[in-house]
Design a protein around this ligand. Structure first.
Ligand code: F6P
Length: 550
């Protein structure tokens, strides 16, 4: 037996046997009586501000033991240590994976490839702090001497989703005198929407791009520069007062024409989807201030330390990651719902989609051979209670098994009424309804006619993780993000894949670059096209040109 392949190991086969013998586990029974009470206190971890309850999962303590044995077998311990030590675990790009260094305190040091990366991180954090203070206080003025009132973050993917999500989540901590907006799409309406009602003299663009070569971001940045200079009727020098670049690529920033003395740097060892806590979070820092941003980083850090040091069976991201493996690889689940009961967390599921799916949407192992088993789940979700009136029906009575994370906050972000009790109660109710359901006799006892009873039965047994924090704060948001980052890491380790590259997005980018000129006004229709595109694409190009009168 080739036991270097995870699904051929004794630990995997033991889990398979265990799955076969525990198919009829019933959450109602598991949660009932004294043993239910014991289960609830056993299957519970508290770290930092997060209370993590995994008692509503289709597992017994034996399942957890077997999952932990599989985690051990996969080399998780060694891989976690390797990440924290700066080993080049992103092998296809020959890079360290060091987002954890972004939140190490200045008192620490981590020398990687001959450089103390913690020093680098704090040098940039200090620069961000000074610049954001200057912008917030009005020390930094626009070209015509007006104070900056509008911040527009231009970036896409990891250079947008993190700061955009976090800004919305932390809106109650943001300076209300500042308008902060995010532009990502190459659809020209996005930039128009963000700028059309603003005064260029009061507007600062933060151009975020790790590579500084991304088509969408550079296109929008060029248009933004045009908007600024036309609006001000000013020469190119005005750009320096209205554009700040965040990137790893100083050469391209300079070529674009942004002052490199204000550039905020990060490094190739920060993956785009792991970058909200790097200089990519600069717009967020301007909004909430450097002190709150420091709290945000401290939140990440507390989960990092827990992940690095806690034993596997008491380790929150390890348990969650292994539960995900349990459903994905043994129960055949395809998707995973994330349901934050918080309007402010509306963009969190979208943020997690990039984090989880760009990381673990892979089908070859590190050695390039086929992975042979299911990998990354499809993450999706919406805030509660909105989702309850949309897709929860399928969660409750559909035919698919969809593990769900319900995220709850005990305190509202603003004291504006007692409705928060109802919000929290709805989250609790859904966790209970999903896991416990309602059986036929309970339905019948309500006087429901026999023919309708089956329609009202709720099978229950839907697995749910419940995470509770007292309040959505910068530190709590940092903890939640780090929790999911490390969960992704655990799953990637089991599958033996590179969770830190994203080659799959390249082909479409290259194709779009080839197709764009074929749509252009001045291109003669069909000219030499056969050799460039397939028949189906060619037909749609004709349709487009036709509809645009070209
Ligand atoms: O297209 C995918 C991607 O490379 C993401 O991984 C990244 O977050 C995004 O594009 C933006 O890249 P950049 O920050 O280099 O503009």
């Amino acid at each position: 037996m080739d036991d270097t392949i995870i699904y051929k190991t004794e630990e995997w086969l033991a889990l398979k046997r265990h799955y076969d013998s525990t198919r009829d586990l019933n959450l109602r029974q598991l949660l009932a009586g004294d043993s239910g009470r014991n289960r609830v206190s056993d299957m519970y971890i508290e770290v930092g501000d997060l209370h993590f309850d995994y008692s509503r999962h289709l597992v017994t303590s034996e399942t957890i033991d077997l999952l932990m044995a599989l985690a051990e077998r996969s080399g998780l311990h060694e891989r976690v240590s390797a990440m924290f030590a700066g080993v080049h675990i992103n092998t296809t790009e020959d890079r360290s994976v060091l987002h954890v260094a972004l939140r190490m305190p200045a008192t620490e040091s981590l020398v990687v490839d001959g450089t103390d990366v913690v020093k680098q991180v704090h040098r940039v954090l200090d620069k961000m702090g000074k610049l954001s203070d200057d912008i917030r206080s009005g020390t930094w003025l626009g070209y015509t001497g007006k104070q900056i009132r509008n911040i527009i973050n231009i970036g896409i993917g990891g250079s947008d989703l993190g700061p955009a999500m976090a800004y919305q989540a932390l809106l109650d901590y943001a300076d209300p005198a500042l308008k902060v907006r995010f532009v990502s799409n190459i659809d020209p309406i996005a930039l128009w929407q963000a700028t059309h009602d603003l005064d260029p003299a009061e507007t600062l663009f933060v151009i975020c791009s790790k590579t500084f070569t991304t088509l969408e971001t550079l296109t929008n940045a060029r248009k933004a520069r045009e908007w600024l200079l036309n609006g001000l009727g000013a020469p190119n020098e005005a750009v320096a007062r209205h554009f700040i670049a965040v990137s790893t690529n100083e050469k391209e920033v300079e070529r674009f024409g942004i002052d490199v003395s204000t550039m905020l740097e990060f490094w190739d060892w920060v993956g785009g989807r792991y970058s909200v806590d790097s200089a990519i979070g600069f717009s967020l820092m301007i909004a909430i201030g450097k002190e709150a941003f420091t709290d945000f980083l401290a939140g990440f850090r507390s989960i990092d330390e827990h992940f690095r040091t806690a034993p596997l069976s008491k380790n929150m991201p390890v348990i969650q990651g292994m539960l995900n493996v349990w459903y994905n690889n043994f129960h055949g689940a395809q998707t995973h719902a994330v349901l934050p009961y918080s309007e402010r967390m509306a963009r969190f599921p979208a943020y997690l989609q990039q984090l989880t799916m760009e990381s673990n949407g892979k089908s070859v192992r590190l050695d390039g051979t086929s992975v042979g088993i299911q990998t990354g789940e499809i993450f999706w979700g919406e805030p509660g209670t909105n989702g309850q009136h949309a897709f929860y029906q399928l969660l409750h009575q559909g035919t698919k098994l969809i593990p769900a994370d319900i995220i709850l906050f005990s305190e509202p972000v603003r004291d504006i009424g007692d409705e928060h009790d109802a919000l929290f109660a709805n989250g609790l109710a859904q966790a209970a309804a999903l896991s416990l359901g309602k059986n036929a006799s309970e339905v019948a006892a309500e006087g429901v006619s026999k023919a309708i009873v089956p329609h009202k039965v709720m099978p229950g047994n839907r697995p749910v993780t419940v995470v509770v924090a007292k309040k959505l704060t910068p530190a709590v948001l940092g903890q939640l993000i780090a929790f999911y980052e490390h969960t992704v890491f655990v799953e990637g380790c089991i599958w033996g894949i590179d969770s830190f590259d994203q080659w799959g997005v390249e082909l479409g980018k290259a194709m779009a670059a080839r197709l764009t000129p074929l749509l252009a006004k001045d291109r003669v229709a069909s000219q030499g096209r056969e050799s460039e595109v397939d028949a189906a694409t060619s037909r749609l190009i004709d349709l487009y040109r036709n509809q645009r009168g070209r």
